[in-house]
Design a protein. Structure first.
Length: 187
């Protein structure tokens, strides 16, 4: 019987994982993350930003299409323009960094982009940063922000994520109890 020859492709190099004092586990990060709209002026190091983007890149996507592109905005003048354009994102002007999540206009772009956004918010919190999800999809300002950032027309803005360090703490909002939302086998 002839032997099968298997071609094994070398794996991609593993992404750099930051070892930062105080990193938290995933469950703790999910349970303690809050939307914070107040930032101090401490800069966010590029390797932290790249780690957060990498977490977005690793999100699940329908049929593994990976339709996302991430634009990192650190220029104050650009962040101020974005803040002026948005309805509820005026605090973007004070954040040291803002990540704009765009997706190719695929069937499930919104679900895919939202998964990437949530990964980045949780990762940012685990790394000690504050942030907030500012709506993108279906907002009147989507095209204007895409144009400002030089994004091709076949991409849709899913979210804006202002990030930074904050001296502010936010108490948890009331969340419905698990027993109110969990249904076994049937609704």
């Amino acid at each position: 019987m002839p032997r099968l020859k298997l071609r094994v492709q070398a794996p991609s190099p593993a992404p750099k994982i930051l070892k930062i004092k105080g990193n938290m586990d995933a469950i703790t990060a999910i349970r303690t993350r809050r939307s914070i709209r107040s930032f101090n002026n401490q800069p966010v190091p590029p390797d932290i930003i790249e780690t957060i983007i990498d977490s977005g890149r690793l999100a699940p996507s329908a049929n593994n299409v990976q339709p996302w592109e991430f634009v990192v905005i650190t220029r104050e003048e650009t962040r101020k323009k974005i803040a002026e354009i948005t309805d509820y994102g005026k605090f973007i002007a004070q954040s040291p960094v803002c990540i704009a999540t765009f997706c190719k206009d695929t069937k499930y772009y919104l679900e895919d982009g939202c998964a990437a956004t949530e990964n980045m918010l949780i990762s940012a919190h685990a790394l000690g940063l504050a942030g907030c999800w500012v709506a993108g999809d279906k907002k009147r300002y989507c095209q204007e922000i895409a144009h400002l950032l030089g994004v091709p027309p076949h991409y849709k803005l899913v979210s804006l994520i202002p990030l930074g360090y904050s001296d502010k703490t936010v108490n948890a909002h009331h969340k419905r109890d698990l027993g109110e939302v969990l249904h076994w086998e049937r609704f």
